[in-house]
Design a protein around this ligand. Structure first.
Ligand SMILES: C[S@@+](CC[C@H](N)C(=O)[O-])C[C@H]1O[C@@H](n2cnc3c(N)ncnc32)[C@H](O)[C@@H]1O
Length: 202
């Protein structure tokens, strides 16, 4: 923890659940698409259902979609207010909704798929060092980390954009890049910076 972040209250520190609780409870959620992004829907059409993790699931719109497709979904978020929003959205579903820190998540088996959207860019840079290794632990060999990555060099966030070289440095030790495409339906919060990427676990 830096002296800087120690001085701030929890609700101003995105590494703390209180930061996200405040935004969910105030309804300030400019990242929330309210629907299933087109690239995810297109990608899933060609996949056989298996296990999937959605870290930092927020309102969890995609969780309900993947559940309907027959996937065994685990949606996880460390913010109680996010979990409450997800619970309202999900209603009656077959998946697992966990209030837990991503870095502490220890499933009984790694997942066939981890779906990323607006999660890495929610993490302050000081936490990025743990992202690649944790994803490598959570994705089964041959499985995928797939989703939307917010590329950019803007130091202030969230969203915290990541430079392409930094993202490659984080993931290439564990994954091969299998798809890297522009995104047509980005929200204004992510305009021009979002890429749809599929990373296959070695
Ligand atoms: C920008 S929101 C994105 C929510 C959702 N993925 C979406 O696309 O709408 C980031 C979410 O990540 C959650 N989050 C941030 N750090 C986390 C961590 N270490 N473990 C679990 N959840 C975390 C926050 O509580 C918040 O709900």
């Amino acid at each position: 923890m830096t002296a800087d972040s120690r001085d701030k209250p929890d609700h101003q520190r995105p590494e703390h659940p209180a930061f996200w609780d405040k935004r969910f409870s105030e309804g300030t959620t400019p990242w929330d698409a309210g629907t299933v992004p087109a690239a995810l829907a297109a990608h899933m059409a060609a996949q056989a259902p298996a296990s999937v993790l959605i870290p930092g699931c927020g309102s969890a719109h995609e969780a309900a979609f993947l559940d309907r497709l027959g996937w065994a979904v685990t949606a996880l978020d460390f913010s109680p207010a996010a979990i409450e929003a997800a619970r309202r959205n999900l209603g009656d579903w077959r998946g697992c909704l966990l209030q837990e820190d991503f870095f502490a998540h220890r499933p009984v088996a790694p997942y066939a798929l981890v779906y990323e959207r607006a999660f890495l860019c929610a993490l302050p840079r000081k936490l990025w060092g743990g992202y690649g290794g944790t994803m490598a632990r959570l994705v089964a060999p041959g499985g995928c980390l797939a989703g939307f990555f917010f590329l950019g060099e803007e130091p202030k966030g969230p969203p915290f954009g990541i430079g392409r070289e930094a993202l490659l440095g984080m993931l290439v030790p564990h994954f091969e890049l299998a798809a890297d495409e522009p995104v047509a339906d980005s929200l204004p919060a992510f305009a021009d910076g979002e890429r749809w990427m599929v990373w296959r676990r070695r």
